[in-house]
Ligand binder design. Structure first.
Ligand code: GLN
Length: 467
């Protein structure tokens, strides 16, 4: 708005953002800085405004792009050696929509390679540091994006969330992070992790910004068969009359999950949850305790289904078609082997092996098929819960940001980080991480709001009650 009214120029905003990129270089947030491209676009927008032309809703707004979205600005590496030097021939639909409204990409952000992880320590480029404590992790996999928004370098950043990769780093850095209902934003042009779980979303500092971005980026895309038509805007707002959600009265009952409130959860997070419940009660909301025993199986289910899909999605990286190729000599099989061995991070390899194991003919029934059945039970568990309440409020993870190096050599400890986030992806329901103050030692705290499918807009709207 200020840009369109000529109060500030797009160029000065972009220059300011680029300055901050330099100032915070030690946080290791960016894998690529789009200095030239961003300044060129800013000048074009300023020129269009001075000619009196109409500009988009995000004209001149600097943003950061998780380095897993394809576009022609910078190579898309997914923070993995195997994709280094691979220029993209296409642009992701989400990026196209943001840029059509005039948003300007300042840089690509660091992540756990191929989005495998919860700390950004699995990145080929090294870890990103937490915005509030440089000895702690940024969370992951979208760590770079979360810190870029938390440190005010950009107005917003994109992320992907397969099992918590937007919500957990958002909560570790005190910003909003949204994983929409599955299929709300097109996955076209985003490097796939686990296709039935992957969701595109954003990091912002306010719910208002989140709402605007969702209304811009959502919608059906012929290039992604799982996208849903007008899904986001149908929930409330201009099309309210047509929406089943709006036929109901506004949210009044909020559920909390009994299993997620015990000694295994950090006391600061439990206190934050209590405080928010008190706030809601004082505003006239009813709090109900939910028994959701099936969620106990969510983590095990996720760590079968997700690696199975990872193994098939990563099979395409063979050293022939994309990016890096091993220099070692040998025949075709050796070329594949050496490239994959040198190009993937240890965590990528672990998932490829688990995935192929659970899909193998001898073990398919025992693991993959069973997990697929458990997934259906999890979907039903959420359906049941939403008969008793409008939204659910839970922690995002069992603890706030942990120390760098603390869990990176212990895969199971790292997987346990995802205990409270993965069930949403398995069920396809939306989840919004909201800031919830700070622990006495200065670490950011976050909570997550969960809604039924199609409730995305109402969920973001409701989060304003918890500010
Ligand atoms: N931390 C989870 C994992 O390692 C989720 C990652 C993600 O959402 N991309 O699988």
């Amino acid at each position: 708005m200020k840009i369109a009214n000529k109060e500030i120029s797009a160029e000065s905003l972009v220059r300011e953002a680029l300055e901050k990129v330099k100032k915070y270089a030690d946080y290791n947030i960016f894998t690529f800085v789009n200095e030239e491209g961003a300044l060129k676009k800013a000048k074009q927008i300023d020129a269009a405004i001075s000619r009196g032309e109409k500009v988009g809703r995000l004209a001149g707004v600097p943003y950061a792009l998780k380095d897993i979205f394809l576009s022609r600005e910078g190579d898309t590496t997914a923070s993995a050696h195997i994709l280094e030097g691979c220029a993209s021939p296409v642009t992701a639909t989400a990026v196209e929509k943001l840029e059509a409204e005039g948003a300007i990409m300042i840089g690509r952000t660091n992540l756990d390679a191929f989005a495998h992880g919860s700390s950004t320590e699995n990145s080929y480029f090294g870890p990103t540091l937490n915005a509030y404590d440089k000895e702690r992790v940024a969370g992951g996999s979208s760590g770079g994006s979360a810190v870029a928004v938390a440190l005010n370098i950009v107005e917003f950043a994109t992320g992907t969330d397969t099992g918590g990769s937007i919500r957990q780093p958002a909560s570790f850095n005190g910003v909003y992070g949204f994983k929409p209902t599955y299929g709300t934003i097109s996955r076209y042009g985003v490097v796939a992790m686990a296709s039935s779980l992957d969701c595109i979303g954003f990091f912002t500092r306010t719910p208002e910004d989140m709402d605007l971005l969702m209304s811009i980026a959502s919608g059906q895309d012929p290039k992604d068969m799982t996208t849903l038509p007008d899904y986001y805007n149908l929930s409330t707002g201009s099309n309210a009359a047509a929406s089943p959600i709006d036929a109901n009265p506004p949210a009044r009952t909020i559920g909390i999950v009994k299993d997620f409130d015990n000694d295994a959860v950090d006391i600061n997070i439990r206190n934050a949850l209590k405080e928010k419940c008190e706030l809601l009660k004082s505003k006239g909301y009813e709090i109900v305790e939910l028994e959701m025993p099936v969620l106990r199986y969510a983590l095990a289910t996720y760590y079968i289904i997700q690696p199975a899909e990872v193994a098939s999605n990563l099979s395409r990286y063979d050293g022939v078609r994309y990016g890096f190729r091993s220099e070692k000599s040998g025949g075709l099989n050796e070329l594949y082997e050496n490239t994959r061995n040198e190009g993937f991070m240890p965590e990528n390899k672990r998932r490829i092996m688990i995935g192929n194991f659970v899909l193998s003919s001898g073990f398919y029934d025992a693991y993959f098929l069973k997990a697929a059945k458990a997934r259906t039970l999890i979907i039903k568990e959420y359906e049941k819960a939403f008969q008793k309440c409008d939204f659910i409020l839970t922690p995002v993870s069992p603890n706030p940001a942990f120390k760098l190096g603390e869990k990176v050599n212990d895969p199971v400890a790292m997987y346990l980080e995802d205990l409270m986030s993965v069930s949403l992806n398995l069920a396809g329901v939306p989840g919004l991480a909201i800031p919830a103050g700070f622990a006495p030692d200065g670490r950011a705290l976050g909570l997550q709001l969960v809604g039924p499918r199609r409730s995305d807009k109402a969920l973001i709207e409701f989060s304003k009650e918890l500010r």
